[in-house]
Design a binder for this molecule. Sequence first.
Ligand SMILES: NC(=O)c1ccc[n+]([C@@H]2O[C@H](COP(=O)([O-])OP(=O)(O)OC[C@H]3O[C@@H](n4cnc5c(N)ncnc54)[C@H](O)[C@@H]3O)[C@@H](O)[C@H]2O)c1
Ligand SMILES: O=C(O)C(=O)C[C@]1(C(=O)O)C=C[C@@H](O)C=C1
Length: 368
Amino acid sequence: MRGRVFIIGLGLIGGSLALSIKKLHQDSVLVGYDINDEQARLGKMLGVVDETVSSIKEGAETADLILIAAPVNETGRILASLPKMNLKNNVIISDAGSTKKEIVKMAAGLKESGNVFIGGHPMAGSHKSGVQAAKAILFENAFYLLTPEAHIPEEAIATLQRWLAGTNARFITVTPDEHDHLTGVISHFPHIIAASLVHQAEKSSESQKLIPRLAAGGFRDITRIASSSPEMWRDILIHNNDVLLSLLEDWQVEMERVKSLLQMADKDDIFSYFLGAKQFRDELPQKQKGAIPAFYDLFVDVPDYPGVISEITGYLAKEKISITNISIRETREEINGVLVISFQTEEDRDRAMDCIQNHTNFDQTIGM
Ligand SMILES: NC(=O)c1ccc[n+]([C@@H]2O[C@H](COP(=O)([O-])OP(=O)(O)OC[C@H]3O[C@@H](n4cnc5c(N)ncnc54)[C@H](O)[C@@H]3O)[C@@H](O)[C@H]2O)c1
Ligand SMILES: O=C(O)C(=O)C[C@]1(C(=O)O)C=C[C@@H](O)C=C1
């Protein structure tokens, strides 16, 4: 497709949307604006956008597609300011915010001015922020929730989906209320729990100095999302306040249930509690991104000698297997760390496993 695409908020999500649009629609012109000049400058320098502008008005008035990827509170403010501008007649406006009820309300002015606003939420992301973390494949296989109101023509929804086809995401239409309930359960509330687990560990660490050093493995996995942007999560909690308060009550009931399991100390009941959770989680689709992202991790039990990491990455490079991340996971002191190599696809991970097996006798296992 041709036209000018204006991205407001050039961070992780805005940048990733820009890259995925440009990948498919090479004749389009990607224009970026960020309230933080440094992010805008970086976005241009990294080639995430073709041009930057110095105000929302400047970018919006010539745009064919406007995508707002700022924190949700700011998104509301920006939406309220757009009707005062001289927008193109057939411009399509959408956003990427993690909440929808409040945002759709804030877009009421656009309905009155006869503009098309379609709420959007690509359901994949990361705890990392900023345009430097943006990537074109971020939304591959993820769900992309849309919340068009009844007056929005089907043709406009189809046009937006054509613009966003390079995300390779799967579009689903829901109402703003449904959206906020669904994401409350599988995204927003888990972020509260992750943050609260970290607070609990921090409190205990005041008297138990070993806690930070031991907080590895499972604790790191379950609390990864507590490293997300506090600004983004502050705004999400304020927008989805009612749903989250009700989920918190359900959670308190659930914790009472756990308390009574512990008090009764009945082996069978405790076993069933974990078994039920394991069964439901194991049946969740694994290959799609979303609340539980697809991991293509390979764990390699490496002996401790200098150069072992470059040796392994050298084997992989020779076979042109690209890796997305590499880290050492140390769960116990005085025991060799495990090398964790992450891949973008399952195929890359399987090829890497064969490659390492051909060159070494290191034990390997895949992350589930
Ligand atoms: N991070 C995720 O996992 C994820 C996933 C899906 C959707 N979202 C949603 O996408 C939006 C962006 O999140 P992100 O992760 O890209 O955050 P980010 O911090 O990486 O980027 C947000 C950018 O918006 C800019 N910004 C803030 N106020 C602005 C304003 N008034 N005008 C222009 N720019 C402004 C910031 O400077 C920043 O560069 C949020 O609404 C978030 O809820 C996030
Ligand atoms: O993978 C992560 O770090 C995320 O938290 C991504 C995540 C999620 O909860 O699934 C976070 C918020 C977004 O609205 C959508 C995706």
